[in-house]
Every structure is written in structure tokens, then in C-alpha cells.
Design a protein around this ligand. Structure first.
Ligand SMILES: Nc1nc2c(c(=O)[nH]1)N[C@H]1C(S)=C(S)[C@@H](COP(=O)(O)O)O[C@H]1N2
Ligand SMILES: [Mo]
Length: 215
């Protein structure tokens, strides 16, 4: 509706004044879907999540086991490199930080980077200190409901910006992999799928680290 446009602009100006709208971004109230390749199906009897690499103990959780892990809720703003931002989004799932604090996942001191491994070989990398932030979640729910298939059901990484938590690095949304099946802890950094294609490795929303090739 045309009458919605001035409202959207006004809200955008308010968010900019509140320092919540990063440069080059604009507000959307929709939730666009973006990924490469098809949407996988989910079978709870065969699904698993593997944890390997620089950990004291490798793990392999069934869906039932994963569903019993301690749960965390998170409200944050998400920012897509294609220039839309969505504010005050509600997520629920499992926090890597909390799993590590609870001794459920035990990274070795040599673990410096995390690779999220997703269905069909999709990968995305993050430094450990970013993946261990309060703004990174292994999410099963969005807005009180299980994720929809195209947003990553049953499990996705999600990362964004928590207002007033400028102590945390805030990357663009692509740094959360949809349809996660593995967490690999690494000593050295390796580039994920979009990073190999020329997306910026750090992806800081405030520095507009979108790509490395100037497009
Ligand atoms: N498995 C997988 N996860 C992915 C991607 C992908 O291609 N495959 N694309 C990323 C990109 S580029 C973006 S912008 C976000 C989009 O998430 P959304 O579709 O829920 O908005 O997913 C990220 N996670
Ligand atoms: Mo993206």
C-alpha cells in the first residue's frame, strides 16, 4: 500500500538516528529468502549434527538429542548484504557460547575458527570469538514458530546486531548457514562458500565489508 511508504521512511529515519541502521541499508518488514541451490527436506530419523576438529571430544547428535540441549532466546537486528535490514527479530535455539560454558562442547585452546557445514556442501566461516558472541545462535525458531523450510528448517546459524552491544562484532546475515549439519573447529581460517565467491571474510555491517572485489 502506498500509504505505508511514508511510515517506512519515518521508521527508517528513527532507526538511523538511533544508530541501528548501518550505512547502505534500508528497512524491510518482509523476510526475503536468499540462498544458492535447492531447499533440502528434513527427516528427524536420519538428521544429525556433527561436531569435530579442534575439540576435546567429537560429537554426533541426533535430532532428539539436539532438542534436549539448553535453549536460548535472542532478539536482534539482521542485515543482509543485499541491503535490506530487519529490526527486532526474535530467535530461539541453541547458543554456542552457552554450550561451551556448560562444557557440552569443549573446544581446544587451538580452536580459532568455526566452519558451519550445511546441506549440499554449503559452508560459512567465522572467527571463534564472533561465533561465541551473544549475537550468534543455532536457531530452530523464528518469531515463536519453527523455521520455515526456505529459512533453514530445522536448524540454521543466525547472526546480527544487538542494539547497544557495540562490544560484539556484527556481520551480515550470510554468516549464518541455513540447514546446518556440522560444526568444525579449526586452527586456521578457511573461506566458506560465499567468501570464496568474493564476499568479504569479515563482513562487518558498520564498515560495509560487503565484497573484496569492489562490487
Ligand atoms: N545453506 C545456505 N545457507 C545460507 C546461504 C546459502 O546459500 N546456503 N546463503 C546465505 C545468505 S547469502 C544469506 S543473505 C542468508 C539469507 O537468509 P534468509 O534466506 O533466511 O533471509 O542465508 C545465508 N545462509
Ligand atoms: Mo546474501
Amino acid at each position: 500500500m502506498l500509504s505505508g511508504i511514508p511510515d517506512r521512511r519515518k521508521e527508517e529515519d528513527e532507526l538511523r538516528d538511533a544508530k541501528r541502521l548501518p550505512p547502505g541499508q534500508s528497512l524491510t518488514r518482509k523476510f526475503p529468502v536468499l540462498h544458492y541451490g535447492p531447499v533440502p527436506s528434513f527427516d528427524p530419523s536420519t538428521w544429525d549434527l556433527k561436531v569435530w576438529g579442534e575439540v576435546e571430544e567429537e560429537l554426533n547428535w541426533s535430532w532428539e538429542q539436539f532438542s534436549q540441549l539448553p535453549r536460548t532466546k535472542l532478539n536482534m537486528d539482521i542485515h543482509c548484504v543485499t541491503r535490506w535490514s530487519k529490526f527486532d527479530t526474535d530467535w530461539e535455539g541453541v547458543s554456542l557460547k552457552r554450550l561451551v560454558e556448560a562444557g557440552i562442547i569443549k573446544p581446544k585452546p587451538t580452536a580459532k575458527f568455526l566452519m558451519q557445514h550445511c546441506e549440499y556442501g554449503f559452508t560459512v566461516n567465522l572467527p571463534m570469538e564472533v561465533a561465541m558472541g551473544d549475537n550468534f545462535l543455532l536457531a530452530t525458531h523464528f518469531d515463536g514458530n519453527p523455521l520455515t523450510p526456505d529459512h533453514g528448517y530445522p536448524l540454521r546459524g543466525v547472526i546480527g546486531h544487538i542494539p547497544d552491544r557495540d562490544d560484539l562484532k556484527s556481520p551480515y546475515l550470510w554468516k549464518g548457514g541455513k540447514w546446518i549439519r556440522g560444526l568444525e573447529f579449526m586452527t586456521e581460517d578457511r573461506l566458506g562458500f560465499w567468501e570464496q565467491a568474493g564476499y568479504h571474510n569479515e563482513a562487518d555491517i558498520w564498515k560495509e565489508q560487503r565484497t573484496t572485489r569492489g562490487w
